[in-house]
Design a protein around this ligand. Structure first.
Ligand code: ARG
Length: 479
């Protein structure tokens, strides 16, 4: 706000902050093209929090009188109420949320509003707002991830003994349990949550006081402002402070990878719901029909989770492209960050909720999973490992068992029947066909991380503790 500017009649500030330098109205095309106020709306609450902290520093430095400070605080509180109730309406000439809040504040309290921007630029202001937004989004996403983790955990507990084939190359490979399969997704989501926690911490620095790019001649307490905002310190370099969007990129990467994990889970569930697999049944209320084919029951939600995963990936690349050619420090290109960030985060939040809702209610077809896991060929590796225990080098054992499998397939007979005739010539000390029992095989797989019952129980306990700690973190960060 230029020094001479006074609120007009009705408390309105001059429509443009730079009207001292630039003459006359801005071309409406430029105005329309450059405004970000609609997409900025999500920043409003953080913008106001930043202004409250900044006003405190101005008062402390004696740059505004206590009365002005009081009026600023009550005016900002009023704007915050209007934002919450939806009564806050940006005007077409508001260039962005920072100008919109300041304009509204001036309408409400008049002159003291013209003092708020002292020692501050929209460049450090928007960097602060976006960091606060990013941190809040990381907590919300972590909460969404926890919701899905809890469903996975609940379902896994009931499927500890549910036998199913594990796959590589989408070919049946070795028996696992459904619990083990579900817990694999739990691990991916744990890494996602860890990433969110870490980027939340890294984003926790305050750019306030960096000004437009070179700080300020005014004695503003940057550390105090940071602490008041719940951030651990001020950022270290004023140029970097206003041009850095790494925290937003990190959030987008966390979103992109979470979305890829959700997409993979969705893909497994889609496959399992086919007649070819027949491993699960979608509840009617989580399925869709066909407008043409009366018999159809489609997994549209899962397909949308898979398809929508493209959005955060595109947003990540989009924001990387905004940044890659930028000279220091602030450039208006940076305004594009929000258009990439906000909808991408919202899409991942929505996918987390949708997938958790569906997964909580699908019914797994245990018989058909077990049936698919009873093919004795899935235990060919167990046989080879038994030969190894009898002193045969693994490559030789692999070859012997491979030939046996090929013979069984050539004769169209089950592997266990062929083995019963030929175990002696293969060099086994005793009939090993008892090995070809998937439950026995699983029971022997008790190393850490394996699908054996003891290892699974340990994994379930560990997962429950991780979820408890995760909930406590969310509570701390939201409370
Ligand atoms: N709307 C702008 C953004 O989102 C705020 C900062 C504008 N700063 C400027 N000098 N024009 O990046």
């Amino acid at each position: 706000m230029p020094p001479g500017a006074e609120p007009r009649a009705g408390g309105r500030v001059h429509p443009k902050a730079w009207s001292g330098r630039l003459q006359g109205p801005t071309d409406p095309v430029l105005e329309r093209y450059s405004t970000s106020v609609q997409e900025d709306l999500g920043l409003a609450e953080f913008d106001i929090r930043g202004s409250v902290a900044h006003a405190g520093r101005l008062a402390r430095a004696g740059l505004i009188r206590p009365r002005d400070h009081q009026q600023l605080l009550s005016g900002l509180e009023q704007v915050a109420r209007e934002v919450r109730s939806g009564a806050f309406r940006p005007q077409p000439e508001d260039e962005d949320i920072h100008m919109a809040v300041e304009r509204r504040l001036a309408e409400l309290i008049g002159e003291p509003a013209l003092r708020l921007h002292t020692g501050r630029s929209r460049n450090d202001q928007v960097a602060l707002d976006l960091r606060l937004w990013t941190r809040a989004a990381a907590v919300r996403l972590a909460e969404g991830v926890l919701g899905l983790e809890e469903v996975l955990l609940r379902r896994a507990r009931r499927e500890r003994a549910t036998l199913m084939p594990g796959y590589t190359h989408l070919q049946r490979a070795q028996p696992v349990t459904l619990a083990h399969h579900l817990l694999a997704y739990f691990e991916m989501l744990e890494r996602d949550r860890e990433r969110l926690r870490e980027l939340h911490r890294r984003a926790g620095l305050s750019p306030l006081g960096a000004g437009a790019l070179a700080g300020s001649t005014l004695p503003l307490g940057r550390l105090e402002a940071a602490l008041e905002l719940g951030l651990r310190a001020p950022t270290a370099n004023s140029l970097d402070s206003v041009s850095d969007r790494d925290f937003a990129l990190e959030l987008l990467f966390a979103c992109a990878l979470t979305a890829v994990h959700l997409s993979r889970l969705a893909e497994d569930l889609i496959l399992w719901s086919t007649a070819e697999f027949d491993f699960l049944e979608l509840p009617d209320r989580w399925a869709t029909g066909s407008s043409l084919m009366p018999q159809k029951k489609n997994p549209d939600l899962l397909e949308l989770v898979r398809g929508r995963a493209g959005r955060p990936v595109a947003a990540l690349v989009g924001l990387l492209l905004v940044l890659k050619g930028l000279p220091l420090s602030y450039n208006r290109d940076l305004q594009e960050d929000k258009a990439h960030l906000f909808p991408a985060v919202a899409s991942v939040e929505a996918s987390l909720e949708a997938l958790a809702g569906l997964l909580a209610e699908v019914s797994f077809n245990r018989e058909s999973m077990a049936q698919a896991a009873t093919d004795p060929r899935l235990l060919a590796t167990d046989l080879a490992e038994r030969l190894v225990q009898e002193g045969v080098p693994f490559r030789g054992a692999h070859e012997l068992v491979g030939r046996l499998v090929s013979r069984a397939e050539g004769e169209g007979r089950r592997l266990d029947l062929v083995l019963r005739e030929s175990w002696q010539e293969m060099g086994f000390a005793a009939d090993p066909s008892g090995l070809l029992d998937p439950r026995r095989s699983l029971a022997a797989r008790e190393q850490a991380g394996a699908p054996g019952p003891g290892a699974t129980d340990a994994a379930l306990r560990r997962a429950a503790a991780q979820v408890r700690r995760g909930r406590a973190w969310v509570l701390r960060e939201t409370g």
